[in-house]
Design a protein around this ligand. Structure first.
Ligand SMILES: Cc1cc2nc3c(=O)[nH]c(=O)nc-3n(C[C@H](O)[C@H](O)[C@H](O)COP(=O)(O)O)c2cc1C
Length: 203
């Protein structure tokens, strides 16, 4: 399936077939797509939680506008942006980059200074917004990758972020719940599916 055909096939799924589960391999491939998505300076200032614990999923579902939609999905991904964008994060990033590329750490000093000077122009709110922009870009890549793999998805912002932060202990981790992605396979009677009122294709 071409990417365009895949995007024509996809829609924001409101009701998943809860009997159809995604394989760990499929989810792993989608997470690889997230990892390969571009981000400013390559910093990837966010974390994606694949919430598998049934109790946590129920609590998180209860913090959304549509718990039934969350419950029906095979997988719930919670995207959390970093609230700790700053020199420490940049230094850790440079450490990792030096180790992975097997280059002297000092060779990344100029890059580190440049990143810090750019991020230093932002205030706290601006840094969080910057992190969230990188997160949304990666989520777009995930939704496209899911469609190409024939996996249904729904991005979801309709939740109480303070509750989700509390449920997952995100504040202590320097993270802020920003959006979700539900993954799975559409229910044949999803009213928003191709045969329902949200139809993009008649039939
Ligand atoms: C950032 C974002 C947040 C969204 N939040 C929700 C949501 O909370 N609940 C929901 O059912 N759909 C949500 N959607 C899905 C949109 O409503 C949907 O993508 C839009 O209506 C276009 O429909 P389509 O994706 O089926 O083409 C969200 C989409 C995006 C990109």
């Amino acid at each position: 399936m071409s990417l365009l055909s895949a995007l024509q096939w996809r829609y924001a799924t409101k009701k998943f077939d809860s009997t159809k589960r995604l394989s760990p391999h499929s989810v792993d491939e989608l997470m690889q797509a997230v990892n390969l998505a571009p981000s400013s300076f390559g910093l990837q200032p966010f974390h994606v939680f694949n919430v598998t614990d049934a109790g946590l999923r129920e609590q998180i579902g209860g913090a959304t506008m549509n718990p039934g939609q969350v419950n029906s999905a095979s997988h719930l991904l919670v995207w959390a942006a970093s609230t700790r964008v700053g020199p420490e994060m940049v230094s850790e990033f440079a450490d990792r980059a030096a180790a992975i590329r097997r280059v002297p750490r000092e060779s990344l000093a100029g890059r580190e200074t440049l990143i810090n000077s750019q991020l230093g122009k932002l205030d706290e709110i601006g840094r969080l917004a910057w992190a969230q922009r990188q997160l949304y870009l990666a989520m777009g890549v995930l939704v496209a990758a899911a469609a190409e793999a024939g996996i249904d998805a729904c991005p979801m912002e309709g939740f109480d972020s303070a509750s989700v932060d509390r449920i997952l202990g995100l504040e202590a981790k320097g993270l802020r719940a920003t959006t979700f992605t539900l993954l799975g396979h559409r229910a044949s009677d999803d009213p928003f599916g191709p045969r329902g009122q949200g139809a993009q294709v008649p039939g």
